[in-house]
Design a protein around this ligand. Sequence first.
Ligand SMILES: Cc1cc2nc3c(=O)[nH]c(=O)nc-3n(C[C@H](O)[C@H](O)[C@H](O)COP(=O)(O)OP(=O)(O)OC[C@H]3O[C@@H](n4cnc5c(N)ncnc54)[C@H](O)[C@@H]3O)c2cc1C
Ligand code: SF4
Length: 556
Amino acid sequence: MKSHDVMVIGSGASGGIAAKVLTEQGLEVLLLEAGPSISGSDFLTHHMPYNFPFRGVGSPSVIRKEGWLAAREQTPFDGYYTKSSQHPYSTAAGKPYKWTGRSRILGGRTLHWGRQSFRLADFDFKGASIDGYGVDWPLTYAELSPYYDKVEDYVGIQGFKEGLPQIPDGRFLPPFAYNCFEHVMRKAARKKGWRMTALRTAQLSRPHRGRPACHYCGSCSSGCAVGAFFSSVAATIPDAAATGKLTLQTDAVVREVLVDQEGRAKGVAYVDRNSKEEREAFAKVVVIAAGTLESTRIMLNSVSRNHPNGLANSSGVLGHYLTDHFTAGQLTGVLPELVDSEILNDDGKSNGSYIPRFRNLGQRHPKFIRGYAIMVKGGSSIFPGHANLIDGFGTNYKRQIKKLHPAIVRVYARGEPLQTFDSFVEIDKKVVDAWGIPTLRIHYQRTDNDRDMLQDSFQQLMELMHTAKAEILSADESLSSPGEIIHEMGTTRMGNDPKQSVLNKYNQAHDVKNLFVVDGGSWPSSTCQNPTETIMALAWRASDYLIQQFRRDELL
Ligand SMILES: Cc1cc2nc3c(=O)[nH]c(=O)nc-3n(C[C@H](O)[C@H](O)[C@H](O)COP(=O)(O)OP(=O)(O)OC[C@H]3O[C@@H](n4cnc5c(N)ncnc54)[C@H](O)[C@@H]3O)c2cc1C
Ligand code: SF4
């Protein structure tokens, strides 16, 4: 059977970048994707709720059986969001984890991600040196910076340059203009001594590399039919295919990585998604990019004589140090100066604003380490979500909804969780998925630092809303459930010490030279910025290193 140069498992943000970079440098790549294929023209981007029997929400019986995301009628594609019945997992008693927003489809979660894109700060790479907690990253901002440049040039990220060290500037497309509520909130933020900037997003403010600019239809969560926001289907996969070096195999649910007598990766065993037949595929180098938890699951399921505790797990660290960002408090309110003002089309554009982290940048906070950013959302989107927050009925109720429509603002904090060894995943041999593959049991533990951060962030959110003279409609003073933010990190952490980490600073397994893991699993700390731009920069850097090592015959 043919052995490819490289096999990439997973076609989402990280796998797409790896496939593009490797094929463009002339390597023969087999891209294995568990889900079915989809193309941009399949999306129902401009469909309205009234086009669907259940108004887009889905039938109650499907919601009960498969979960509310899989039931959505705007995205009737198998795997756009996974079905609960096919993808079970378990959690430890008293340690809830919502493994939500999962995808099993070509392009993975890039089909519906929120597109918010930030660089990490220089100080994010050396948190342990600053406050003594955890470990520093084995690489510096300066080493990753050229890859942020490449990602931004390729992906197309719009945003303002702010000169702030917390969110270093990059090579941005021209920014979208601020909406009315953003002007009001920027003034309030300024009074608090903070800078509020528009969210930087992987969404095109002008045509870029053959993809058109956004036309503000606001249907992003149903997928963008024209490719105006970055997805693997709109960019990396067509680019990789255009090289003639890509073999794409969809419907290939990888069960485990196969190893040779010396414990080196030689290919994978996978199950055909439709026929459920067992198959194998081979390559000289294996790149795992199935998303943090799925990649870890594949590795924990890859048990052999050389790797009795899972692939590349001589450290015993595989599966440990799981984190997911958290929302630390949330407020929705009304900005009086915008009540009854003109309702404009605020859909689509950039999806809100951002107050970058301001805690523990110089002066230490007495109660907690690290920090949080504040998200500021609002404007009159096509669906008036605030209707559920106000009382009334009939004509007066409708009038009230309309009056408040342009004036709604929502603020919430997005915090950095600390990584701990005690938050981990293991294989639950008793539970298998629809393809007979053992699933994960997740043990997630919140820290006191998370809770102390919440106290501070909630107070700051309140003060921000009071400064903006907002009338509060609803207040939530809690941390989001672990998993809910869908930013999983850790479990295959990188480091210089093979006894304390799974991967080296190039995302290459310490124990298995021809194995790379390029998704968010490698992060040795979580920071509070959205992760995907950094995941893509790391995947690009790992791919460049792989090519260099491959050409020198260093990987076999
Ligand atoms: C609603 C939503 C909003 C988000 N918003 C943001 C945001 O604003 N900013 C941000 O930075 N991040 C955001 N994220 C997170 C972002 O989507 C992920 O960080 C990113 O997609 C991770 O890339 P990945 O390659 O690791 O995984 P994915 O993009 O999930 O890709 C993994 C791929 O692997 C495939 N796969 C899984 N298991 C197997 C297997 N066994 N065999 C073969 N293939 C397999 C999957 O089908 C999938 O195609 C959001 C996510 C969601 C769901
Ligand atoms: S708002 Fe823009 S990016 Fe979103 S779906 Fe519409 S065109 Fe695409």
